[in-house]
Design a protein around this ligand. Structure first.
Ligand code: SF4
Length: 367
């Protein structure tokens, strides 16, 4: 029997399908690239870009490009969701509805030509096999061991996500080197540090769904890991609320995750007053503009979040606390803890801060 090369065969199938559709879709100014998006929206009016990306395993850039093209051609229109203003809903236009029967006809025609010499049973068997292989490859791509590494796990935490029982996973690596970091082993990762097996994580999360409501990701700095998004998406699919504790220095990554609907809560660690951030984080001349961008986004979008600040003798005094208060002034919750202050000093500083951040909560460090 002739040995076939499945990879080459699937590549040939993809390219010939693309050529066929590109030619047939020319009268509608469409290409094969836009077709799956158009069909998904037509069959699920109101679907979001995130849902399309997750169902079709597209990256965000590809979806955005194709949606923009379809919008320009007046096949789609994009509206802000009533439920969540950050989320966009996609709908087909009248122009799209008018051509969809032709699109389905082209698709059916291609399928018919491909299967012309096959029996009904063969087609059925092939379809089942193909569906199985696609589902399997999707699962492998969506969430694999390579997608993210966690080095610590706190099974139950009652502080991080307000009014929720959480479990906390810790990523490794950080762009800061804070003097009083609670997790230095996660910043300076030793070569023999062993990650938690993904099988354990999956099994834990699947079994504990009844008792735990939220997954929090801490570190290190979680936002240095672009590929964390697949884990956030996995947690959401399981029905958990998702929370990130961040130092706020990666606004674009954080905003992307929020706008993709992957996060429900953010804890923003503030280290020092904006005028002298460098001394505490171990970086010379650190410019706080990224942190400012994170703060501005969180405050203006009204996304649920809180500040976290740990006070130390070495870095915090009345002047610095007043600067922090003026910088962050708002009704946002501020969680305050002490690293090494005595009670009297801690009370004095917390009283000053409360003038600017009245929603101040005293707590032990949440780690
Ligand atoms: S930002 Fe957080 S994890 Fe990173 S060094 Fe500072 S305290 Fe540690």
């Amino acid at each position: 029997m002739k040995q076939n090369d499945l990879f080459m065969d699937s590549s040939i199938l993809y390219r010939s399908t693309q050529k066929f559709f590109d030619k047939k879709l020319q009268p509608f100014q469409l290409t094969y690239a836009q077709l799956p998006v158009l069909i998904m929206v037509y069959e699920n009016e109101g679907i979001s870009m995130q849902e399309i990306a997750s169902q079709g395993l597209y990256d965000k850039g590809t979806i955005t490009k194709n949606v923009q093209k379809l919008e320009t051609l007046h096949y789609l229109h994009v509206v802000s969701s009533n439920k969540d203003k950050r989320s966009k809903e996609l709908y087909t236009t009248r122009k799209a509805k008018e051509i969809m029967s032709h699109v389905y006809e082209i698709r059916r025609d291609w399928w018919k030509q491909l299967n012309a010499e096959m029996t009904k049973a063969d087609i059925e068997q092939f379809s089942q096999y193909f569906m199985h292989v696609c589902e399997k490859s999707k699962k492998l791509m969506e969430f694999s061991q390579e997608s993210v590494k966690f080095y610590k796990h706190q099974k139950v935490n009652l502080n991080m996500f307000p009014n929720h029982i959480s479990t906390v996973f810790y990523t490794g690596g950080c762009n800061f080197q804070c003097k009083h970091c609670p997790n230095p082993d996660l910043v300076f990762i030793k070569q023999n540090m062993v990650e938690i097996p993904m099988e354990y994580i999956k099994s834990f999360l699947t079994k504990r769904k009844k008792n735990i409501q939220a997954i929090c990701i801490s570190g290190g700095e979680p936002c240095i890991h672009d590929n964390l998004s697949s884990f956030l998406s996995y947690g959401k699919q399981l029905g958990y609320k998702m929370c990130i504790r961040t130092n706020g220095s990666y606004p674009y990554t954080l905003i992307d995750w929020i706008e993709e609907g992957l996060l429900d809560y953010v804890i923003l660690d503030i280290k020092q007053s904006n005028t002298c951030y460098s001394d505490i984080i171990g970086m010379e001349d650190y410019d706080v503009s990224n942190i400012n961008q994170t703060i501005n986004y969180l405050q203006t979008s009204h996304f649920p979040f809180s500040y976290q600040l740990a006070l130390s003798k070495e870095f915090h005094n009345e002047k610095r606390i007043m600067e922090i208060g003026k910088w962050l002034q708002s009704d946002v919750e501020m969680r305050l803890s002490s690293i090494d202050l005595d009670q009297e000093e801690f009370n004095k500083l917390s009283t000053i801060l409360k003038q600017y951040l009245p929603n101040l909560k005293i707590q032990g460090d949440i780690l």
